[in-house]
Design a protein around this ligand. Structure first.
Ligand code: SAM
Length: 277
């Protein structure tokens, strides 16, 4: 009898975000394959679990997967975890899972947190479709090429980004993707969790206001191209709103502009606030 490979999601910050089933599985397996064994040792100790740990990370994934596969074939049950969230999502795991399928080993997902879904759930973007892009290249040229290739994509775009690159990435997005809504989801489930929705063109300024806003872990969600076009007010509507704003307070100006143009009052109110600022 071969063993089973459990692909187990672990917290992305808040240690209470682990499922009862994940704990039961981690307690029951023979060994745990982990991205960073020291980090995972701490995580398991937090839940009172002691297990043999095997290192499986991006630099030894193929070799380590062969070892894990041999153990599975010898009948051991193994759990695969990474430093945070769901294995295989911008994390190691796919090679081992592929090999396990090929060897006829049962792969059992144990779902739980992932930063992409956590951010989307709090983004409030009405277009329900999304494209998970993960990390953009670190080199500016390659990053811009990938963003250009996404210009016509109508699904909302989800990116992971590192703190030392977030400012330049957001600047490139504003330049190459144009009028969109951006959701900056920072430090999800942690003490300094921040979820900020704003027009993409204002995002660089927002990040520059306070260097703390550039710290930590980031998910960036950019509204899709079609949604962006639907969201845009016509230039004639914006002109009317601007003229009214020059004479009237925001509330009155947006109400009158709604009567003149037939646009929804709350959309004009939001646009008026942006223009005022
Ligand atoms: N496997 C993980 C998942 O399921 O989300 C992702 C691992 S990837 C190596 C790490 C990246 O995920 C971070 O650089 C950041 O972009 C994003 N991330 C992870 N935890 C996060 C958090 N608590 N808040 C915001 N982004 C997070």
């Amino acid at each position: 009898m071969t063993g089973q490979l459990y692909v187990v999601a672990t917290p992305i910050g808040n240690l209470q975000d682990i499922t009862l089933r994940a704990l039961e599985v981690l307690k029951g397996v023979d060994a745990v394959a982990a991205e960073d064994t020291r980090h995972s040792q701490g995580l398991l100790a937090h839940y009172g679990i002691r297990k043999p740990l095997l290192a499986l990370h991006e630099h030894n994934e193929r070799q380590a997967s062969n070892k894990v596969l041999a153990q599975l074939q010898a009948g051991q049950n193994i759990a695969l975890i990474t430093d945070a969230g769901t294995p295989g999502i911008s994390d190691p795991g796919a090679i081992l899972v592929e090999q396990a399928h090929a060897a006829g080993i049962r792969v059992v997902p144990v779902p739980g947190p992932s930063a992409v879904v956590t951010a989307l759930s709090a983004a409030g973007l009405l277009n329900g479709r999304f494209l998970f892009h993960g990390f953009l290249p670190s080199k500016a040229g390659a990053r811009r090429t990938e963003l250009e290739a996404l210009q016509e994509q109508s699904a909302n775009l989800v990116f992971y980004e590192a703190p030392h690159r977030v400012v330049e990435t957001v600047a490139d997005m504003a330049q190459l993707l144009g009028e969109r809504t951006l959701v900056i989801a920072r430090e999800l489930t942690k003490t300094f969790e921040t979820i900020q929705r704003l027009p993409l063109r204002d995002a660089s300024a927002w990040l520059e206001v306070d260097s703390n806003r550039q710290r930590g872990e980031f998910v960036l969600i950019v509204s899709g191209a079609v949604a962006a076009r639907e969201d845009a007010l016509s230039s004639a509507t914006l002109k009317i709103l601007q003229l009214l704003l020059a004479e009237l307070p925001v509330k009155q100006a947006s109400k009158l502009a709604a009567e003149i143009t037939g646009e929804k009052k709350n959309r004009l109110y939001e646009a008026a606030l942006r223009l005022r600022n």
